[in-house]
Design a protein around this ligand. Sequence first.
Ligand SMILES: Cc1cc2nc3c(=O)[nH]c(=O)nc-3n(C[C@H](O)[C@H](O)[C@H](O)COP(=O)(O)OP(=O)(O)OC[C@H]3O[C@@H](n4cnc5c(N)ncnc54)[C@H](O)[C@@H]3O)c2cc1C
Length: 497
Amino acid sequence: MSIRTGQEFIDSIRKQKPDIWLGGKKIENVVDHPYFEQPVKEIAKLYDMQHDPEYQDEITHICEETGERINNSFLNPTEPEHIQMRRRLFEVWAESTFGLMGRTPDFLNTVVTGMAANDWFYRNYGEEYGDNIVNYYKYIRDNDLFLTHAIVNPQNDRSQSSHGQQDEFTHLGVVKETEEGLVVRGAKMLATLAPITNEVIIYSYPGFSPGDEKYAISFALPIDTPGLRLYCREQAQSGERSTWDHPLASRFEESDALLVFNDVLVPWERVFINQNVEAGNRLYAGTGVNQQPSHQSAVRGLAKLSFVSDVACSVADSIGVDGFLNVQNQLSELIQSAEVIRALVRTAEREYEVTATGELRPNIVPLETIRGLLPHTYPKAIQILQTIGAGGLLMSPTEADFNNPEIADQMEQYYVGRTDVTSEDRVRLFKLAWDLCGEAFGQRLVQYERYYSGDPVRKMGMFYNAHKKKNPTYPRVERALQEGAELSEYGKTQTAN
Ligand SMILES: Cc1cc2nc3c(=O)[nH]c(=O)nc-3n(C[C@H](O)[C@H](O)[C@H](O)COP(=O)(O)OP(=O)(O)OC[C@H]3O[C@@H](n4cnc5c(N)ncnc54)[C@H](O)[C@@H]3O)c2cc1C
């Protein structure tokens, strides 16, 4: 099989029977459930784009190994052109959802492709683990599967490591090994879009300490594996509100689920790291598992920030406030923040790094700089949108008001914007803005930019430590001191003596 259509994706989800719980109820049919229905269709559209002549050559290519057409996210970059091919895919898919869906299939495809390209890392701990990751990569590539991932442990007691939690298996760990594989028990905190994916891959950020062996694991399973249960967070929207009233929230909400493993069997061929603290701690540095997907995140983040920027400019224009200097200042700040991200993405792509195995990775410094900036620039963008939209954001009537002939004429009269902006135009625009900056849907989008790839505070600490390792001395400072000393009287006296 090669690239899937949207319908094939939907059929695959329909066939699966994962154990999903939402609002105290078990969800039997995720595809037709109002909350999941539209997000499923939005993901299906991405798969359909793979067959659309307008996009096919931009987002897919022919696999050298199989001769089949595959998605560009399965391409391990070994030529500069490959980085561009991937960027184009990330861009096309991100634009399709206005950057509002972060965990589209390209994200984890890129993760697993990077892992398989660095199979040498897994082989350090056993040849079979290297074989497993390569075979898994081929399996998801050739079947064009959709993955979710769960990295972080539940937020129970962050002052203790996994083995220090109250219960031995609060955090996901190995109960026993059998001939068939590992039996695992416990929870992982968060897997975005899990209910509508085909597979889940488990791995962790570094931070294991001695005693954490049973928790230092990595593996992948079908999302409907017996014993695996998904507890969805409370919905930000019901799925039954009109797209007129909620044009974004009703389409793009990514559900998030806590995963609970109730003595789940992980077959040996699906195990990538087995109870190994050293491997668990070295995974990120060893495979660069952060670096390639950060490219996807950066391009997607740029699409989202640019969209918010466009929405803020449209809102300001629609009510005639974009001629005021203070508003122009805020809009320019927003536009420039997107331009900074765009420039950093281009720098990351051009100043790529080449690994010992010939893999080309977009430069980590600009990528991590984007990671450091977005938790500030995105909430600021939302604040600007809230400030410019002001009270009008709260004052929108509904589709039902516009459709009621008894009050329709007053709807048309009192909600108009500047000349040529009708009431309906303005109300619909303000509702779209409110989805981004007021609704629970929009608040999740803010939280996503803060935390999508770990705690920004610790990420900044790691960034500084990496910078220091690469720059252990400061020759510029030394030269400035030296030159100053040479020019100073003190320097002259010292030299004379
Ligand atoms: C919308 C959204 C979607 C997500 N999707 C996914 C997903 O699909 N898959 C996935 O695996 N994860 C996902 N995540 C989870 C994400 O990886 C975590 O939120 C992130 O790693 C931060 O961890 P935490 O939320 O547990 O915060 P914590 O680590 O509990 O941090 C809480 C606070 O305490 C501080 N803190 C905690 N420990 C320390 C420490 N040791 N030193 C200094 N400060 C500390 C932090 O700075 C923070 O302010 C998602 C998160 C969000 C918000």
